[in-house]
Write a protein that binds this ligand. Sequence first.
Ligand code: GLY
Ligand code: MN
Ligand code: MN
Length: 436
Amino acid sequence: MRTQLKKFIESMEPNSIAIIPAAHEVTRSYDSEFKFRQDSDFWYLTGFPEPDAIAVIDPSSKKPYTLYVRPRDPLMETWYGRRQGVEGAVKNYGADRSFSVERFDTDMAKLLDGKDVLYYRFSVDRNLDSRILDYFAPQRVRRLKTAYPPHTIIDPTIITGEMRLYKSADEIKMMQRAADIAAEAHILAMKKVRPGMNEGQVESLLEAYMRDQGASGVAYNSIIGGGDNATILHYVENNMPLKDGDLILIDAGAEYQGYASDITRTFPINGKFTKAQREVYDVVLDVQLKCIDFTVVGNTHQKRQEYSIELLTEGMKQLGLLKGKTKDLIKKKAYLKYYMHGVGHWLGLDVHDAGRYFVDQQAKQSKPYAPGMVLTVEPGLYIPPDDKSAPAKFRGIGVRIEDDVLVTKDGNLNLTAAVTKDPDEIEAIMQKAGRK
Ligand code: GLY
Ligand code: MN
Ligand code: MN
């Protein structure tokens, strides 16, 4: 049994049971599917890679870990790929016992009867939701009590979200590999980008490199924005030609063994920043470096966001984008025009990883940073191309710089430091790679 599953069991309420489903294949069009991606919590707890499985965790049982899986089926396997089957689930994935997933619904009454608490996350798998409700419904109207269904339902992500916040040494190794692969891909992009290339070609060279290095693919859809496409936060069309004199913003991360990296670099398509581009870049870089230093034990997530707003508001004033007292501008949220997102997020199996940002949601008491957490640091400035109030030289410039930082006992470790963000070094890399 995986350490994560052991810890999960230790955190469960007395007399409880958990139902944790795997992901399903998702239709892309007609009868073809998107590439399969396992559910992160299911993967975290079981490491089982196949779709449609269901893990049932019953700590009071002698065999607490049951895995319902797709049965072996020579015909299906010839068409759609190998299956572990019930033997493989036990032998290769440490399940205490395994049954065909086709049995799950009939087993449910037996599994849930007499339990006080059910851990299940409603609303992710609507089909399974309704099958579970089908189990509960008749129990509610039965006069002669013959079955005792759980009276309390708890979302298991309350446990897994908290666990996933603190990365183990093994997880950090995998995250470092995801970070290294993406960092190298970004350096490759710096070397290869030329005016006249299409954004899609840059996307393909990054992703080919990631796959080549053992990543399963990208951790999220890459953002490859040339010119003012960089001012669209989630620009993923990636199909426009790159122009001489513009910047390119690349936000691309790799997925390795399920773990994400998330890197953004912004650099000049022709290899040389203009003065105006450099002015904006220097402001964002200065804020990013300061926010990395801020990502340490003792600070909270909320404080870091406020710090980034303060620094970027100052930067906007320095650039002539905003005028007035910093305090007033912050109160009016004037910065939102040019900086409209968070300065970072948890990172792990998901790019925007699980785990709460507040210790006390109601009181809005923000979580303090602690060793083992991994966060992105990604301030940006985005000046809309049609913003008449901005100095003309800045219009259409979008700059974001993003690194992945591990909080340690006595500071932090930048997992993505291997790809430079120093503007002079970027220019040198680009020049060295040859320009036209
Ligand atoms: N690439 C998504 C993000 O930076 O949050
Ligand atoms: Mn990010
Ligand atoms: Mn990103």
